[in-house]
Design a protein around this ligand. Structure first.
Ligand code: MGD
Ligand code: MGD
Ligand code: SF4
Ligand code: MO
Length: 697
């Protein structure tokens, strides 16, 4: 019998949302590859997903519900049935609700899958019906979302192919070689046509290594750099006064702000030379069209929102929004919108519960969330012990004896280890979903390719079972995935003519359907309150924020250990960006990918290393007032002095320097303070100190 080919979509946190083809024989997936017809995927997959069948058929996949039998975190379990698990959960929740109300239950989910059914709807309907706390989903790109929406009204980017029209591409705090690999062939072709690529990143990333010019400013000084560029552009009359008058609000106020950012001052802030700042500004203004490509790395700082606002002003200054090859490339998240009521069913639910910021998970569990306290946590599609900031606090919270924790997972992650009940989750090949990418507008259908392994279940099926056990018989909690998708499509099409012709039937037979959106803002209408680019934002002013993107220095005073003087012992800034072979902590337990990443390491500049007696290969302790971890030092000039780099995503339980079974990772040091906009995480505003440890290795 020949293998059956099934269309799918990569569910992982990545703007490319590749089209997959799975070959299935006798109920088993035997081959998986990129869809050759998919315009973004073009038949190839990244290193992480090329070996996806190892992920799906990993020997450590959880097969059955488990109940904790030893102490919390002790990893001792007893197998139970789904019925037992569901009734225990429902019983515990009913008791909690009657004593404290539904808000004492906190669902925590994020990026395990980006599917519309298995994530967007699964994290909404049931929890709203329950009256649970709502999660402020701000660990990733909340500040940039708010900044971009305040400035140009919506997150919409041009198609990848539009970069072929660019003569200059400024890749700013973004590492697409790892984080959006299917952008790279287009970038290469643009360069063949003569385009120049400039990367702005304190770290010489894989993307920076291949650029024509790499500028490495001090971390979190991007806002000042953008304003410095704008200062030079305006001073040299390279700006487009007519465009600014016609299509922006607040140009005069913005111009007045620029007086504070002459190249001398910006040089002192950023650590870049005056000459480089002036050259960069002139190149950007004179090499048109020029595209500015950002992602989320740069805004994971305490001043990240205003940095993005300052950067987003540059295409307006030069009148390049709406032009092929120009403008801002951030995200396509707002290009296609689902009906909020269909997603959430607010109208059929009790009043919305209070909001808990996910970056404050540890704090919330330890008492920051009061009235009611969080008495139960339900985690799915997320691994906060590995991926959330300030791990020490998260674990301390999870150890609370009176907290009832349920984790729905494919693997016994660091988070699942702290559960009272673990439920086995289906992988992407075992479930149905619709995917709306955040980098482009090719909607993709993921057809279930194989039956769920062992007793694993998808998120949505689990929500339906939880609803049933809690006695909720509302039909919208019990639709099958196709019914959910159909309803979302119908209501979206009614509001967005670009979606006409997108049908479930086509999605099923073709695998994906391309929605042509063209160059955003080409009609020069911006969906802001004024219809213009808002250099001055009244909306932000009304929220008590600076309506202009003035630069404020980043700091991390909470990191300073008591009694330490930062004058005598200045901190280093630790950046923990995307690992090439993992997606956050996903895949970081997979032997072939782990082998390619090597031991957990930290790159340190030879000057900083010498000052601390650190040699290449030494095991070092990276620490601050929040916590510490061990890493292997790699001496490298890929970081500038004062900066360290250690990729995110490591599992604590795989820490080679674990003591008494207790491993650590960089997130023991990262900050759970919130950024300037959107309740944003601030992973990169992280001050640490480094020392060597005596080690046998
Ligand atoms: N391989 C892989 N791909 C991924 C992910 C992954 O973990 N691995 N994660 C996915 C997720 S969750 C996301 S949100 C996206 C993120 O996509 P990106 O934003 O591209 O990824 P990051 O690596 O977080 O950050 C990009 C760069 O920002 C730099 N950076 C840090 N601080 C600053 C700063 O202050 N200024 C400037 N100019 N640059 C700075 C980092 O050094 C890094 O090289 O990627 C997605 N894709
Ligand atoms: N130090 C540092 N830490 C960071 C960042 C950083 O820059 N630096 N970046 C942050 C960013 S941008 C992000 S987006 C977050 C991501 O943080 P998380 O969203 O917590 O992502 P992961 O750690 O990959 O955990 C996802 C989990 O979901 C599980 N999963 C996958 N599919 C399914 C499914 O269908 N159902 C269920 N139930 N489970 C599933 C996977 O097995 C995996 O364990 O990490 C943040 N962490
Ligand atoms: S992680 Fe990104 S590049 Fe890799 S297969 Fe998935 S969507 Fe494609
Ligand atoms: Mo993210």
């Amino acid at each position: 019998m020949s293998a059956q080919q099934i269309y799918g979509a990569c569910p992982h946190d990545c703007p490319d949302t590749c089209g997959l083809i799975t070959e299935v024989e006798n109920g088993r997936a035997v081959k998986l590859y990129g869809n050759p017809n998919h315009p973004v995927t073009q038949g190839w997959l990244c290193a992480k997903v090329r070996t996806y069948l190892k992920h799906v058929y990993h020997p450590d996949r959880l097969g059955y519900p488990l109940k904790r039998v030893g102490p919390k975190g002790g990893n001792q379990w007893r197998r139970i049935t789904w019925d037992e698990a569901l009734s225990e959960i429902a019983e515990r929740w009913q008791a909690i609700i009657s004593e404290y109300g539904g808000e004492a239950i906190l669902p925590y989910s994020f990026s395990g899958t980006l599917g519309v059914v298995q994530m967007s709807v699964s994290n909404a309907r049931f929890w709203n019906r329950l009256g649970a706390s709502r999660l402020e989903r701000s660990i990733c790109g909340a500040a940039a979302k708010m900044a971009v929406e305040a400035t140009i009204g919506a997150r919409q980017n041009p198609p990848y192919a539009d970069v072929l029209n660019s003569r200059l591409i400024l890749i700013w705090g973004n590492n697409p070689v790892s984080s959006a690999p299917h952008f790279m062939p287009w970038l290469r072709d643009a360069r063949k046509k003569g385009a120049r690529v400039i990367v702005i990143d304190p770290y010489r990333s894989r993307t920076a290594r291949g650029a024509d010019w790499h500028l490495a400013p001090h971390p979190a000084t991007d806002g000042a750099l953008a304003l410095g560029m704008a200062h030079v552009i305006a001073a040299e009359n390279l700006h487009n006064e007519n465009w600014l008058k016609a299509h922006t609000v607040g140009w005069r106020q913005f111009q007045a702000l620029l007086k504070d950012y002459p190249p001398e001052r910006v040089s002192a802030i950023t650590g870049l030379s005056k000459r480089d700042i002036v050259t960069l500004a002139r190149r950007y203004a004179n090499t048109r069209p020029g595209l500015i490509k950002i992602a989320d790395g740069l805004q994971r700082n305490c001043n990240g929102g205003q940095s993005v606002r300052a950067i987003a002003a540059l295409p307006a200054l030069t009148g390049q929004y709406g032009q092929p090859g120009g403008g801002l490339f951030y995200s396509a998240s707002d290009a296609i919108k689902w009906d909020r009521q269909v997603l959430h069913r607010w109208e059929d639910c009790p009043p919305p519960g209070r909001v808990v910021n996910m970056n404050r998970l540890g704090a919330a569990l330890l008492g920051e969330a009061t009235n009611p306290p969080v008495k139960s946590l339900y985690v799915f599609g997320a691994n906060p012990v590995a991926s959330a900031p300030n791990t020490g606090k998260v674990i301390q919270g999870l150890q609370r004896e009176d907290l009832f924790t349920v984790v729905h997972e494919l693997f016994m992650t660091d988070t699942a280890r702290y559960a009272d009940i673990v439920l086995p989750a289906a992988s992407q090949l075992e479930q149905t979903d619709l995917h709306k990418p955040y980098g482009h507008t090719h909607l993709a259908y993921n057809q279930q390719a194989i039956p769920p392994l062992a007793e694993s279940k998808s998120n949505w099926e689990t929500m339906s079972l939880l609803a049933k056990t809690m006695g909720f018989d509302d039909p919208w909690l019990h639709q099958n995935p196709d019914e959910v998708i159909e309803e979302l499509l119908q209501t979206a099409i009614a509001k967005n003519p670009a979606l006409l012709g997108v049908t479930l039937k086509r999605l099923k037979t073709e695998g994906f359907v391309s929605v042509e959106m063209g160059i955003p803002f080409s009609d020069l209408h911006f969906p802001t309150p004024s219809g213009k680019v808002e250099l001055y934002s009244q909306t932000l002013a009304e929220q008590g924020l600076d309506p202009l993107p003035a630069y404020l220095p980043a700091d991390d005073k909470e990191a300073v250990p008591p009694g330490l003087s930062i004058k005598e012992s200045p901190p280093l800034t630790l950046l923990s960006a995307a690992a090439h072979h993992f997606t956050s902590s996903t895949f970081a337990n997979q032997a072939n990918l782990l082998a390619r990443e090597g031991k957990p390491f930290v790159e340190i500049h030879p000057v900083d290393a010498a000052a601390r007696g650190i040699r290449d290969g030494d095991v070092v302790v990276v620490e601050n007032a929040r916590g510490w971890c061990r890493l292997q030092a790699v001496l490298s000039d890929a970081v500038r002095p004062g900066v360290l780099a250690s990729p995110k995503g490591r599992w604590l339980q795989l820490d080679p320097w674990a003591e008494n079974g207790h491993g650590r990772s960089v997130n023991y040091t990262t900050s759970d303070a919130l950024g300037d906009m959107g309740g944003q995480s601030t992973f990169h505003s992280n001050w640490v100190w480094v020392k060597t440890v005596k080690s046998e290795e």
